[in-house]
Design a protein around this ligand. Structure first.
Ligand SMILES: [Zn+2]
Ligand SMILES: [Zn+2]
Length: 345
């Protein structure tokens, strides 16, 4: 008889999630079964909870959601080598084709045929998740599991922040959500001179200060250029990290960039944005789209955390998985940082 497990499931094409007993995943050749210890709630999970238009297009209920996790290896499928039972692991959530040009040149984040854990296939908000061995990431058992649980999101922040050299640069981050505030800490760790973050929520800006922002600006109340001048910034921002998905924030960023500045774009939602391309051209700006993570980002964030990067203030809530509704409530409040769910008891 098939064994059952607890899982947080999208039961139907409507708002809400449900804790259910579902069959444990069966481990195929080349796959690894991971017993989940901790998970983190992502903005994507909130979209799936809410059943927004993006979810309605991408999610096929019923399915187990979730893609940010840490756990230990419970079972190895046929032919898997290099891992052992009980080993601490996380997993890269984008399962790529392995054959396309970008897979071959190491840019797996641009695979033409990627499948996402917890979106296109069953996810990690469960007692067990099954993924291909090539997506398993070995984790140093000394590392804090709450921090590793959110490494998927830290990887997005790492990818965005480290796209351009930050040593001695003045950085503007638009959007103080969980990834934005994590990017603050990474930018400071990577050697930025000043890191300024903008948002329209004072709660989120307070949190950004805890992660080391030199200035946290509520753009509905303060003039950004006044703040930049007070920080000793004369010619404009060197590197911009757009994390809000707000066209207004992106346009404000373009307006305060210095000539020759570089912008990494992570925030989705700008599909209707109107950009002053003349400004981009005349200023000689570089705009770089960011999607997912590079596999090397897993190594970079591990070494940064081991080297002293402190991401702990980004975690604002911890719950047992059975109280997942409280976790989503915290995410919906717009005041939270990362929310961790514990699956160990
Ligand atoms: Zn995520
Ligand atoms: Zn590919």
């Amino acid at each position: 008889m098939q064994k059952l497990m607890d899982a947080i499931v999208k039961p139907a094409a409507a708002p809400g999630l449900e804790l259910r007993r579902v069959p444990e995943p069966e481990v195929g050749p080349g796959e690894v079964l991971i017993k989940i210890h901790k998970t983190a709630i992502c903005g994507t999970d909130v979209h799936i909870y809410d059943w927004n238009p993006w979810s309605a297009q991408h999610i096929k209920p019923p399915m187990v959601i979730g893609h940010e996790y840490v756990g230990e290896i419970a079972e190895l499928g046929a032919g898997v080598t290099g891992f052992k039972i009980g080993q601490r692991v996380s997993g890269e959530g984008h399962i790529t084709c392995g054959h396309c040009r970008n897979c071959h040149n190491g840019n797996i984040q641009w695979c033409k045929d990627t499948k996402s854990v917890g979106v296109d296939r069953d996810g990690a908000f469960a007692e067990y998740v099954c993924i291909p061995a090539s997506n398993v990431i070995a984790i140093d058992p000394e590392m804090d599991e709450d921090i590793v649980a959110m490494f998927d999101a830290v990887g997005n922040a790492t990818h965005t922040a480290l796209m351009f050299d930050l040593v001695g640069e003045d950085v503007l981050i638009t959007g103080a959500g969980p990834i934005g505030i994590i990017a603050v800490a990474i930018a400071k760790y990577a050697g930025a001179r000043r890191v300024i973050i903008t948002d329209i929520s004072d709660d989120r800006l307070q949190l950004a200060k805890k992660l080391g922002a030199d200035a946290a600006v509520n753009t509905t109340k303060e003039d950004l250029w006044d703040v930049m001048r007070a920080q000793g910034i004369k010619e404009g921002i060197d590197v911009g990290l757009e994390m809000s998905g707000s066209p207004a924030a992106l346009n404000q960023m373009i307006g305060v960039m210095r000539n020759g500045g570089k912008i990494s774009l992570l925030g989705l939602g700008n599909s209707d944005a109107t950009l002053d391309l003349n400004n981009v051209i005349c200023k000689g700006l570089t705009l770089q789209g960011i999607y997912g993570r590079k596999l090397d980002n897993w190594h970079q964030m591990t070494y940064m955390v081991q080297g002293g990067l402190n991401l702990a203030p980004a975690i604002t809530h911890r719950f047992n998985y059975k109280d997942f509704e409280k976790g989503f409530e915290a995410m919906h409040s717009g005041k939270s940082g990362k929310v961790i769910l514990d699956w160990t008891k």
